[in-house]
Design a binder for this molecule. Structure first.
Ligand code: G3H
Length: 527
């Protein structure tokens, strides 16, 4: 076992910093030149409209040549255009009498499948835009695109099952009843920057399938990738069923919510923004909310965990897409000081083996952060705070930044006095917390404001299952010897307390965006 005492003395911090800075690949791919993407269009009422007003610049987290991060621009619509989109969605819904909610589930499914087919025609350009705009590796952006198309197909299959279930009848107390699922009304869909395509469509597609009309606003980063899809939306759906608007959230989402015409809000992002958006609705009792918010998922490492197998799993679970996943392992609670030290050292070795660089290059693990300079500064503040309170950065050059790229930092020993113990870092910082008793870990989960998921590591099955049983009432999923994750999409994805509202599996999403309607007939005649 390697212990802190026996570990090689960490090299002089300044020296490491200088070495790492020369290695950091910020002059990303100078040979790949990217023509600016000046988007001028948006989709309202079945028309891809030309925008002549002001625009918002889109910057890439990458250097696109000569230090230039400007990727392009998109329309900055105002309240007038936002309300036109709202009116279009409202008119297309027409209190449930519109063409889309009146179209049968079978026909809607065919139209959604048609959309998926058209979507595949622009696969490459969408993947490239995800990579350029949010710095996700090409491999991960490709996986995001393909998973989304697969999600649409499987949602369609599930919709057909729902349709066939609605054909059955049941007899209850003299009533012959069949139950079908019906739409809820105009829906506002807003996805997050880290899965701009997948998590926007994970709510928008079920909403559409079930007959709701939609106003969609892309996240702050991850905007331009929707432009190649506007024609597909226009061609696959009736006018007003899908409206895609662009601009500053405060300027265009406020008026939409204040109109009181939204019946369903699907939002994935911060709790703070969710509260502002939903709080603007004049009749909150009427607003159905489907929300994916914060998470602070811990890895709980029990005394007999097999670190050899656990480290690559927790490494991926913490650092894939730079730790910018709501399901990322954000804190590592290791039972026993000796084990915790070994865990931190092995984690540091794992991190030293990661490749930093341009997301378009093969084999790259850690890429520049999409959220920009403030995020890098925030992560460095967390690291400095932890170090000032007694933690060490365990890996070589951890926490050094150049541009939007920050090297991952494994911090040990982390204690409750440090900010990183409590704050969701959403970035490549790995806090390792030595604890004496498992009970401290269960209390961490119980006291957390967000109960999304937890991962437990042990080679003793009975330990695993007994802790899992205790934790299941506290969170949406307990993972055994595995990282936290959403998939496969057939499984319910949800959270407790402030982590989420509603459930998103393929089936559950279709149910969330619809309600049962009973067709009843008294078979004894009038009663
Ligand atoms: O960012 C939050 C996502 O829901 C995480 O999804 O577990 O499939 O990466 P994932």
């Amino acid at each position: 076992m390697t212990t802190l005492a026996s570990s090689p003395v960490l090299p002089d911090a300044e020296l490491v910093q200088r070495e790492i800075l020369t290695l950091l690949p910020v002059d990303t791919n100078p040979f790949v030149s990217v023509a600016p993407i000046e988007q001028k269009t948006y989709l309202v009422d079945g028309e891809v409209r030309e925008w002549k007003g002001k625009t918002t610049d889109v910057t890439s987290p990458l250097d696109l040549g000569g230090g230039e991060p400007r990727l392009g621009s998109h329309p900055a619509l105002g309240p007038k255009e936002a309300l036109e989109a709202m009116s279009a969605a409202k008119a297309a819904y027409d209190n449930g009498l519109g063409e889309w909610p009146q179209t049968s589930l079978l026909d809607r499914t065919a139209q959604v499948l048609d959309f998926a087919r058209r979507m595949e025609e622009v696969r490459d350009v969408v993947i490239e835009r995800i990579t350029l705009e949010i710095g996700k590796t090409t491999a991960d952006a490709t996986a995001e695109f393909d998973r989304t198309v697969e999600y649409i197909r499987r949602s369609c299959e599930e919709a057909l099952k729902i349709h066939s279930e609605s054909q059955g009848v049941q007899h209850v107390d003299g009533i012959e009843a069949s139950i079908s699922r019906q739409p809820l009304g105009p829906t506002l869909c807003m996805g997050p920057f880290n899965y701009p395509l997948n998590e926007t469509f994970a709510t928008m597609i079920p909403a559409l399938l079930m007959g709701n009309t939609v106003v969609m606003k892309p996240p702050k980063a991850g905007v331009l990738l929707f432009e190649p899809l506007l024609d597909a939306f226009q061609e696959s759906f009736p006018a007003g069923a899908v409206n895609v608007i662009y601009g500053d959230g405060a300027e265009i989402i406020g008026p939409i919510m204040e109109s009181g015409d939204i019946d369903v809000l699907s939002f994935i992002g911060s709790a703070k923004v969710a509260d502002i958006v939903s709080g603007a609705h004049p009749e909150p009792h009427r607003l159905k909310k489907i929300l994916g918010l914060g998470a602070n998922n811990p890895a709980i490492v029990l005394p007999d965990a097999d670190l050899e197998s656990a480290i690559p799993v927790v490494g991926k679970g913490s650092l894939s897409y730079n730790g910018q996943r709501c399901t990322a392992l954000k804190v590592h609670l290791v039972v026993g000081e000796e084990l915790a030290q070994e865990y931190a050292l092995r984690f540091a070795e794992y991190v030293d083996g990661l490749q930093l660089g341009d997301p378009r290059d093969e084999g790259v693990d850690i890429t520049p952060l999409a959220e920009g300079a403030w995020k890098v500064e925030y992560l460095q503040e967390l690291i400095e705070d932890a170090v000032a309170k007694g933690a060490r950065v365990m890996n070589n050059g951890g926490g050094i930044a150049k541009g939007n790229l920050i090297t991952p930092a494994v911090l040990y020993p982390v204690t409750p006095e440090m900010r990183i113990f409590h704050e969701e870092q959403f970035g490549p910082v790995v806090p390792v917390v030595p604890i004496s008793y498992v009970e401290e870990a269960t209390q961490f989960v119980a006291q957390s404001k967000v109960g999304q998921q937890v991962s437990i590591f042990s080679s003793d099955d009975s330990e695993l299952y007994s802790l899992a049983k205790k934790l299941q009432p506290l969170v949406g999923r307990v993972n055994l010897n595995d990282g936290c994750k959403r998939g496969p999409d057939e499984l319910p994805f949800t959270g407790k307390r402030s982590a989420a509202m509603g459930t998103l599996s393929i089936r559950a999403a279709l149910e969330e965006f619809s309600s049962p309607s009973v067709l009843a007939r008294s078979f004894g005649g009038y009663s």
